[in-house]
Design a protein around this ligand. Sequence first.
Ligand code: PMP
Length: 433
Amino acid sequence: SPLANGADDRLLDRREAVVAGVQEHYYASPPRIERGWREYLADVEGRVYLDMVNNVASVGHAHPRIAEALTRQSRLLNTNSRFQYAAITRYGERLAETLPDELDTVFFVNSGSEAVDLAIRLALAATGRRDVVAMAEAYHGWTYASDAVSTSIADNPDALQTRPDWVHTVEAANAYRGRHRGPDAAAYAPEAAERLRALAAGGHAPAAFLSETFYGNAGGVQLPDGYLREVYATVRDLGGLAIADEVQVGFGRLGSWFWGFQQQGVVPDIVAVAKSIGAGFPLGAVITRREIADRYRTQGYFFSSTGGSPLSSVVGLTVLDVIQEEGLQENARVVGAHLKRRLEALVSRHPLVGTVHGQGLYLGLEFVRDSTTLEPAREETAAICDRLLELGVIMQPTGDHQNVLKIKPPLCLSQDSADYFVDMLERVLETGW
Ligand code: PMP
């Protein structure tokens, strides 16, 4: 079978025997993938798949320039950031250059969870407070603090009920299926602001408001116009800070904006980044203002053994070079717009297709059983993803109801690949799943 587990069928059993079961793998019967190139993955039987989910491999799989930079630097030097070498300075400067002037100070870590955790700790240290307000339906990471502010029920149905008492939520500002829809979605911002003020009045003035700036985890949902402007202004009025989780949506993926917060016309106080900045190498960073960074001193010193190492910094610099020199943000804008147009054409042709969320190469196609009740088509979405695998496309569900296709391929996606994806999706919708 083309979906066999490669020459060594026992590999999957051995994986399940040794790797913790909660560290899941895609598909009940996954192909064994040992090779990637651009937006393609190849299994050990030589079958090629179009990878439509890999936002971590931002510049494409097995990019030769990243491979060369890694090899060269690892033959020269790799050590921790307490030593003095050029790469950490150059990378810090280049990262800060992608952000508004006031965000001028960088902490280097190794993952998105670490970046969000550190962002929260910075806000606590800078304000001397302990409460944090996060948007519901989020995923921000697995460490204690980043998990605490993650309330997606996709994996944990009790997520909202089991948060520590310092975590508070505001509703997901989803104009498609939330409590306020269409033009009524303007109501989310004043309600969130009111919630922040009520918390402060009750003795829980927030250290920070934290959210994705473009709602990736919900399926690439664009926040209502002016939402972050009002919420950020309110949290700052109350003496708190605005934290942006740009781990998924930032770094050029949205096409028209390098950062998600630019779409909302705001500047956060603290930005957490990871995933695509390392193109598969474990990199994360927190960028903030100097006076906020300095408040970390109240917690002691900051040290991460591999955060900002020569190797990490050189990989980060090379990823930025590749994104800029290969015009990958522009590619995300152009190919993303073409892909979105083609997906939108499916809405009127197939009742299951409810809507298309997103911008650039962060799109979400939401499946519903009924266009009025918006009943999530969860089982159908899972079956469609399985059928797409048979047709050579890697695709996975996302969102609280697991009924949204999360479309976030490498940024080098070609228009032909985008067309192949939509053609296969249409075939599944027409012929069944
Ligand atoms: N924030 C967001 C928005 C994420 O999507 C993720 C990972 N899915 C994280 C944080 C955590 O990143 P990591 O897996 O690198 O720890």
